[in-house]
Design a protein around this ligand. Sequence first.
Ligand SMILES: O=C(O)CCCC[C@@H]1SC[C@@H]2NC(=O)N[C@@H]21
Length: 174
Amino acid sequence: MNLKSICTGSFSIALLTICSWITIPFTIPFTLQTFAIYLIIFLFGGKKGTIYISCYILGGIGGFPIFSNFQGGFPVLFGATGGYLLGFLASSIFLWSTENFWSNRPQHFFGISILSLFLCYSFGTFWFLWINMQNHISFSFFQALELCVFPFVILDLLKIKFAAHIGKQLKPFI
Ligand SMILES: O=C(O)CCCC[C@@H]1SC[C@@H]2NC(=O)N[C@@H]21
């Protein structure tokens, strides 16, 4: 690990933390985490991005209050939003594994990012259903989509567009 990786990693974890703290409360909160995830992957690539995102998740699970609503600790993983945290990791691994397709063609980044966003939503939705089932609260699949996916789609797509736009401006300086 060199000095540049330490700096880019610290920047990524700080960015994700700040973007988690900017929250509009809801059953599943609105946050800027998706903006941070896609900017990190765009700027630093799939491998490093996935490592930085994993460090952020491990730091939060380890107890630092760096998740939405200043939450932290292992129990957050078994709360309503735990699936999205796993989804962030799954999305970044997906972006990493498809990097050859989008890295030299930034116009493809948006399309692949949409697929990875829906992967993240899948983790978030099924985890939400499963956690609630453990607590004997049942939601239909459509009700879960109404809480976990529909409110976020447009804003998350805008966040990805914005991340790719900012990423293009910043990339030459990295
Ligand atoms: O507890 C956490 O830190 C995770 C919160 C996850 C919020 C999800 S991410 C995708 C979707 N878009 C949002 O703005 N909020 C949800």
